[in-house]
Ligand binder design. Structure first.
Ligand code: HPA
Length: 265
């Protein structure tokens, strides 16, 4: 049973770094989820391309609950996610990696919890530390060993999409303290939190945000930058898997909702 999962965002569709790859699927209360499992360095890893293997699922239609429930059920405890982002922060430039530590949620139509009051169960999860501090330290160490520059912290603004933002929205997000903008990290992060799993995201800056960029944004630009840096993002995650046990594990992710009886759905 894999204890580690990679959720690949835009441009990260290819699990070929793994060996002995198998297609698998699981039926969840929220629908069917297909994923792959394989071996890296003797460790079993599950891989889900968030947008489907051909980027056919738009951000607001991703079945976030099914994905997280599925990997929880197969035994995953730690998730490395990737996201492509636009940058609002002049120090975070296209091609840079950011190990985000906070988010601002501007999504509109997504169900952001597993607990909708069924059987009287309501859960208010603490998200003071939305991204696992242990996995973030591991990613930082891996980046250092590989000579990859990664910003240690940043606030991710999650928009509903699928359109890009207006320059006025970007100005507002910047005033609110946002550094990066993307369309998929919420509710993935909060659901992983409710499911009491360690979750960290490597955000890759693919473009300057609307209005900061002098040219109109295109999806092709986003994909091209991701592909250019695809090897680095893969190396970073794989190195992190190697280093997982070399950094002292200090996090409370596995007991996030203990107050509510834990994740037992
Ligand atoms: N906005 C929203 N999502 C994105 C962007 C952006 O500029 N770049 C990559 N994903």
């Amino acid at each position: 049973m894999p204890e580690i999962a990679i959720i690949g965002g835009t441009g990260v569709y290819d699990p070929s770094i793994l060996t002995d790859i198998h297609d698998d699927s699981i039926t969840t209360p929220f629908g069917e989820v297909s994923f792959k499992t394989g071996i890296y360095n003797g460790v079993e890893v599950a891989f889900i391309p968030r947008h489907g293997s051909h980027h056919s699922i738009p951000p607001h239609k991703i079945n976030y609950r099914a994905n997280i429930w599925a990997i929880k059920k197969i035994g995953v405890k730690k998730i490395f996610a990737t996201t492509a982002v636009g940058s609002l922060n002049p120090s975070m430039k296209p091609g840079d990696f950011v190990l985000i530590d906070q988010f601002l949620d501007f999504t509109k139509s997504r169900i952001t919890t597993f607990f909708e009051g069924k059987d009287g169960k309501v859960v208010h999860a603490d998200v003071s530390e939305p991204y696992c501090p242990h996995l973030r330290q591991v990613l930082k160490k891996a980046a250092g060993e590989l000579g990859i520059t990664a910003h240690m912290g940043g606030t991710y603004v999650c928009t509903e999409g699928p359109r890009f933002e207006t320059p006025a929205e970007i100005k507002m997000y910047a005033r609110f303290g946002g550094d990066l903008v993307g369309m998929t990290n919420v509710p993935e992060v909060t659901l992983a939190h409710e499911a009491e799993m360690c979750y960290a995201t490597v955000s890759m800056v693919t473009n300057q945000a609307a209005g900061i960029s002098q040219t109109p944004l295109t999806h092709a630009e986003v994909v091209a930058t991701m592909e250019k840096n695809g090897a680095n993002i893969k190396n970073l995650i794989m190195k992190s898997i190697e280093l997982l046990t070399s950094v002292k594990e200090e996090c409370h992710c596995a007991s996030t909702i203990a107050e509510f009886g834990g994740f037992n759905i």
